[in-house]
Design a protein around this ligand. Structure first.
Ligand SMILES: N[C@@H](CCC[C@H](N)C(=O)O)C(=O)O
Length: 317
């Protein structure tokens, strides 16, 4: 426990902000000059809900060319991207609350955009689009009436052979379930395992204080989404899903943006509802919308939209 205090000594005097997007909460750090290198212990200390500020994760907002992040630097050079002091490509350096690194965070991108705007690091009018960099690659942000619409890239099956039968590739067991249930593994740049439950009562009865077990064990861990299809599943052309999530590197969270996209994709596949492109995903922290957009190459882009809020700003002591 005391290591939390010493971990933060080096960050004394650093301005921080707390933000959330449908209850998925983050400690935000603006690093326009690329002077902070936050290690795993510091992230865990800041995200600690008793000894720190508290958050599901930490987001450092830094121009890609000043990030000192191996993934960002590799993407900059291999994808021939440009980031300069005059025209920075903002990199979302996202970390899970336990200090581990994740490729992507959908709710995080909304909080990130809102934070960049509030800090006057970007300008973005309603309807305009901004491109940002994540470890999973480029993502787009559009300011819309309900908050931000994020271009999340494509969704894909983690096991491509599943494209043949679209059923399940894993078994998941959690406290509150009587038996392990079949699940489908989907990538949104980060890994997800989606489990369908028969009714809302089973979803509510789950105890996600304990990490669900996934068989086979995913090599890099996974986020596990438990979903109940809406009744009716589709109303006025919009699909409905309820979801709870246990996030890799965090635990149960009130919302997960990449998870909502994976959940909508899995339910759409299971229910053979390819024609339904818009899905409302209800999470404990609110509602997010997921839209599937067909591409020329047969894959589908995913757009996630929802709100983001800043809660407080202060200085680390
Ligand atoms: N809450 C996020 C996902 C954050 C990363 C995740 N825990 C992982 O390890 O992949 C979201 O909104 O997408």
């Amino acid at each position: 426990m005391p290591h939390h205090f010493s971990a933060l000594d080096a960050l004394a005097g650093t301005p921080v902000t707390k933000a959330h997007a449908t209850g998925n909460d983050f400690v935000m750090l603006a690093d326009a000059d690329g002077r902070y290198s936050v290690d795993a212990d510091q992230v865990a200390a800041l995200c600690d809900r008793h000894l720190g500020i508290g958050g599901d994760g930490l987001i450092r907002a830094v121009p890609a060319h000043r990030s000192h992040d191996a993934a960002a630097e590799e993407l900059l050079s291999t994808a021939g991207l440009s980031s300069t002091d005059e025209a920075p490509l903002w990199f979302m350096d996202y970390r899970n609350g336990d200090g581990s690194i994740a490729e992507m965070c959908g709710n995080g991108v909304r909080a990130f955009a809102h934070f960049l705007l509030a800090e006057e690091l970007i300008a973005l009018e309603e309807g305009q689009e901004l491109t940002i960099l994540t470890r999973a690659g480029l993502r787009t942000v559009r300011k819309v009436a309900e908050g931000y619409a994020i271009g999340m890239g494509i969704w894909s099956f983690i096991d491509p052979e599943l494209a043949q039968n679209n059923a399940s590739d894993a078994l998941v067991m959690a406290r509150g379930l009587e038996d392990p249930r079949p699940a489908l593994s989907i990538s949104m740049g980060n890994p997800h395992t989606v489990v369908a439950l028969p009714e809302a009562e089973t979803l509510e009865a789950l105890d996600l204080t304990e990490k669900p077990t996934v068989d086979p064990v995913p090599p890099h861990g996974t986020n596990v989404e438990f979903v109940v299809p809406g009744e009716p599943l589709v109303e006025d052309g919009v699909g409905h899903v309820r979801m709870r999530v246990h996030e890799r590197g965090v635990g149960e969270t009130m919302s997960c943006g990449t998870g909502a996209c994976a959940a909508a994709a899995a339910v759409r596949v299971w229910a053979a509802q390819d024609g339904v492109d818009t899905w409302a995903v209800q999470v404990p922290g609110g509602d997010v919308m997921v839209r599937f957009i067909p591409r020329q190459d047969g894959a589908e882009d995913v757009e996630l939209s929802g709100p983001a809020e800043l809660v407080m700003s202060g200085t680390l002591r």
